[in-house]
Ligand binder design. Structure first.
Ligand code: GLN
Length: 313
């Protein structure tokens, strides 16, 4: 174990007590079974290797971190003019599943792709004859980012079903947007794709690798191959910075100052830059105990301390 890894282990010990102040998400019933005090971090270094500490070998569902990736996918497939004709790029200051701003905005275009309304609009753009073919496209894209075959990119069927059966609010958002011509198609089919997309199983290493790809402007850290065009990465990082942590995005910008994206499973993806001592790395964190805004409570603390201690800014 190198010095940095030792320090990371101390950080985990220091931050784990914060999990007691948070609570695992239970509005998706199947997520409620996860242990509250888990905490893990992986960092993907510029050369594509990892350092890690804590509970990094747990798998979890990607949840809202997927929103940053479906956004990449549709930007690559359909271009920014089309995508931003259906979804905006402004922060809301509201909870991730809020419906409030949809009615205030004419013509009910969701304000950004990181809140549920915007993410559902993005998911509705994915092409394919059936929900399974649509989700296959996304799994394939994720497989390319993670350098793994599509068969390895699987979703947790129980979590997907659990959300599919209970997600009245997301259905409501879709019906509202369909009425206003922002989305078309069958609401249940879009929900099927979205709940499977959110239930894709990943771990801290996967998140860290995605963070590293973003930090390297879309290049594969191992081969140098372009996985995502630089322009798309720039757009997605900008939207992660302003909207990635929902109504805690401002606080996250002050406390951490990096593009980040959270999910209610307790996942946090963060993208390093050249100002950090650990230049251009990717961070993957898992801490399922959430704060009141749906972000990993100990994960946020861990990132904050990491940045404080490893930046010469
Ligand atoms: N699948 C979740 C939902 O739509 C994702 C939310 C999140 O991770 N913040 O409620």
């Amino acid at each position: 174990m190198n010095v940095l890894e030792q320090q990371l282990n101390h950080l985990i010990d220091e931050c784990r007590p914060y999990t007691a102040q948070g609570k695992v998400a239970d509005y998706i019933p199947e997520l409620a079974h996860v242990k509250n005090d888990l905490l893990g971090v992986a960092i993907c270094l510029p050369d594509g290797t990892y350092i890690h500490a804590g509970d990094v070998h747990h798998k979890f569902t990607i949840q809202s971190v997927s929103k940053a990736l479906t956004l990449c996918y549709v930007l690559m497939e359909f271009g920014e003019d089309y995508v931003f004709s259906k979804v905006g790029m402004e922060p809301t200051g509201d909870a991730f599943n809020s419906i409030a701003k949809l009615e205030e905005t004419v013509p009910s275009k969701p304000l950004n792709p990181m809140i549920n309304a915007g993410a559902l609009a993005v998911t509705s753009m994915i092409l394919g004859e059936t929900a399974d073919l649509k989700i296959y496209q996304f799994r394939q894209f994720l497989g390319r980012l993670l350098n793994r075959p599509v068969e390895d990119i699987t979703y947790d069927e129980k979590v997907a079903r659990s959300e599919y059966e209970t997600t009245d609010l997301n259905r409501a958002l879709l019906y509202f947007m369909r009425h206003h011509g922002i989305v078309d198609g069958e609401v249940d089919e879009i929900i099927d794709v979205y709940t499977k997309q959110c239930a894709i199983e990943i771990d801290c290493f996967d998140l860290a690798r995605i963070g590293r790809v973003f930090a390297g402007n879309g290049e594969d850290p191992n081969t140098g191959e372009e996985l995502i065009p630089r322009r798309v990465v720039r757009i997605v990082k900008a939207i992660m910075t302003t909207c990635g942590m929902y109504d805690a995005s401002g606080e996250f910008a002050v406390r951490v100052g990096l593009p980040g994206k959270s999910g209610v499973s307790g996942a946090i993806l963060a993208v390093g830059n050249h100002e950090l001592d650990l230049s251009n790395v990717g961070f993957g964190i898992f801490g399922p105990a959430l704060d009141s805004k749906g972000n990993s409570i100990a994960g946020m603390k861990l990132l904050e301390l990491l940045i404080e201690r490893y930046t010469s800014r």
